[in-house]
Write a protein that binds this ligand. Structure first.
Ligand code: G6P
Length: 607
């Protein structure tokens, strides 16, 4: 949600900023801009629309070696040229880019107006630029510190000043920010992807910290000016992982990557020989976890769907009460959480504002907190007491795919790890782990038949409403399939526990309406066949996801997409794959921008 890049060094800044913005575009893409600094002047180029629009206007040969750049996901004010970042103060000597939102910007705006300072844009960011200028007395860092003491809300910012052309000041409170450490140059960015082409050495800033960055030096302090020291860390991702690598879209690349991603996620952690699981991140708190009275799994969007699969897995394998909560609800309820509760935050980015806030709330009530996170160094990864990383490499497509399967795989490993310390027998664990070990190969088999999903998408592309039905472990998959379709193709889709259909949504079914039913072998099979019959009786067209070898289903459904057989509790890892493919192809066939769907952002760092 908004991307930030800054550069200070010896090379011309423009190409570096533009390249960084290209890597960050998935964080928000309704307007972009850059500000280049030289003594006595700040040159701003900005525009509504995609990066390519602004890029045409930018002078790639501009000599300035200090600058900041921003790609926006609008919160305060529509995505217009004026509201695009960077924002200058009225004198034009301060430029600010900002990710997040200030809560008291209206009061500050009125205060500034009373002093005769009028803002040009509707953004809260410009208010900050004006404040910094007001406090500026020859020390940018000090002016930023003073201005930030006046604002409340969440932010990650980068600021430059024409009177200190070799300095970028950065600060964070509630939004991600890191410093890339190069040779004779530094970068500041909201995401490692933006600096990776220049350096893999980064310093992750913590909440409530500021940095004064020059080409040769970085000094870090808290917002209250107490010096802090942070380690330089190595980013594990390679440049290849953030390239399209011949694919048309990141989403397709990430769908196709899933066998390898799952291998990486499981590697060294599961042992099929004896059914054991080794999770280094949980070793120190295993005793506490086995004694937990209750688990609460929380997250947003796709991560919440993975958490819901986790709830089923935890209850079955660990036999400890488990609930799944939307983080946005958990943070504002008055939940019963005590030191017997373990709260597990599931998040690809590790930066989702609601998930982070729910976690902080749970921690303050005495819960042990764990993270199931992909982005190492992210806020959630650092805030939690312990956790397990996904290790699937960067996910760039806004619609989450490989993170979902890895989140489910991690939760499955956690369930087995803790289950074995409670009620799970060695033979059940062995069967479970042997099945889990086969999943990457089975995903690969499904991907080998990807054309069938395309044919289904093609046949029903004109329909504006789809239903997705599942039971048991496949109910969260129905929700996820529907979310994928609506996110990127803008087709309305609803996911339901199949039995709920008759309590209302069945009224929607009309002749030919596509109804995707996950009807794999298992305890729910006969019941789901009844649901299929109910859909058929109302004229709906059934697209079944079924277990290989099931011929009966072919007589009842218009289309069958087969997945290999596995134990019921691991089926979501397979049944979601054809649904990801259907959504992808539907979006492509409709001419939608798959990786940058309208109104969405990859990492939602505001409420
Ligand atoms: C956004 C993304 C979704 C994602 C959700 C949670 O809405 O568009 O794809 O599932 O945030 O993100 P997280 O990074 O916490 O998993």
């Amino acid at each position: 949600m908004c991307g930030i890049i800054g550069y200070v060094g010896r090379r011309p800044a423009t190409p570096i900023l533009i390249e960084g913005l290209r890597r960050l575009e998935y964080r928000g893409y309704d307007s972009t801009g850059i500000a280049l600094v030289k003594r006595g002047n700040i040159a701003v180029t900005k525009s509504a629309g995609r990066l390519s629009v602004m890029e045409q206007m930018a002078d790639m040969k501009a000599p300035q070696t200090t600058g900041i750049g921003h790609t926006r996901w609008a919160t305060h004010g529509a995505p217009t040229d004026v509201n695009a970042h960077p924002h200058l103060d009225s004198t034009g000597r301060i430029a600010v880019i900002h990710n997040g939102q200030f809560d008291n910007d209206r009061a500050l705006r009125t205060y500034l107006e009373r002093q005769g300072i009028k803002c040009k844009s509707e953004t809260d960011t410009e208010v900050l630029a004006q404040l910094i200028n007001k406090f500026y007395q020859g020390d940018l860092e000090q002016a930023v510190r003073q201005a930030l003491s006046e604002v409340s809300g969440a932010y990650a910012i980068a600021v430059v000043c024409s009177e200190e052309p070799d300095v970028v000041v950065a600060a964070r409170k509630g939004g991600p920010l890191l410093i890339g450490v190069g040779k004779g140059e530094h970068l500041v960015a909201s995401d490692p992807a933006a600096v990776l082409a220049h350096t893999s050495q980064v310093v992750y800033m913590s909440d409530g910290e500021m940095a004064r960055i020059t080409s040769d030096h970085v000094s870090m302090t808290t917002l209250d000016a107490i010096p802090v020291t942070r380690e330089v860390e190595e980013v594990e991702w390679s440049l290849d992982e953030i390239e399209l690598g011949g694919y048309e879209h990141f989403m397709l690349k990430e769908i196709m990557e899933q066998p390898g991603a799952l291998e990486n996620c499981l590697r060294g952690r599961i042992h099929a020989k004896d059914g054991s699981v080794h999770l280094g991140g949980l070793v120190d708190c295993t005793r506490e976890l086995t004694r937990a009275k209750r688990f609460i799994l929380t997250g947003c969007g796709t991560a919440w769907h993975a958490a819901l699969v986790g709830e089923y897995l935890f209850e079955e394998l660990i036999r400890t009460p488990t609930e799944t909560e939307y983080a946005s609800e958990l943070r504002y309820r008055n939940p019963v959480i005590d030191d017997g509760t373990v709260v597990i935050a599931v998040s690809q980015s590790g930066e989702t504002a609601d998930t982070l806030a729910a976690l902080v709330e749970a921690k303050s009530r005495g819960a042990l907190t764990l993270g199931v996170v992909n982005a190492v160094g992210s806020s959630i990864a650092r805030e939690t007491d312990a956790g397990v990383f996904l290790h699937v490499g960067p996910e760039i497509g806004v619609a989450s795919t490989k993170a979902f399967t890895a989140q489910v795989a991690v939760l499955a490993m956690m369930a087995c790890y803790l289950g074995r310390r409670k009620h799970l027998s060695p033979s059940s664990a062995m069967q479970f782990i042997a099945s889990l070990a086969r999943i990457p190969q089975q995903v690969s088999e499904i991907l080998g038949n990807a054309d069938e999903a395309r044919a289904v998408a093609q046949k029903y592309i004109e329909f504006e409403n789809w239903l997705y039905l599942g039971r048991g472990y496949n109910y969260p998959v129905a929700l996820e399939g529907a979310l994928k379709l609506k996110e990127i193709s803008y087709i309305h889709a609803e996911g339901l526990p199949a039995a709920e259909m008759k309590h209302g949504p069945i009224a929607l079914i009309h002749e030919g309406m596509p109804v995707v039913v996950i009807a794999t072998a298992g305890t729910q099979y006969d019941r789901i066949l009844n649901n299929i019959a109910q859909v058929r009786a109302r004229g709906g067209s059934v697209i079944a996801i079924a277990t290989e070898g099931d011929r009966e289903i072919a007589r009842m459904a218009e289309h069958v997409l087969y997945v290999p057989d596995t134990i019921e509790s691991l089926q979501p890892l397979l049944t979601v794959i054809p649904l990801q493919l259907i959504a992808y192809h539907a979006a492509v066939l409709r001419g939608c921008n798959v990786d940058k769907p309208r109104n969405l952002a990859k990492s939602v760092t505001v409420e």
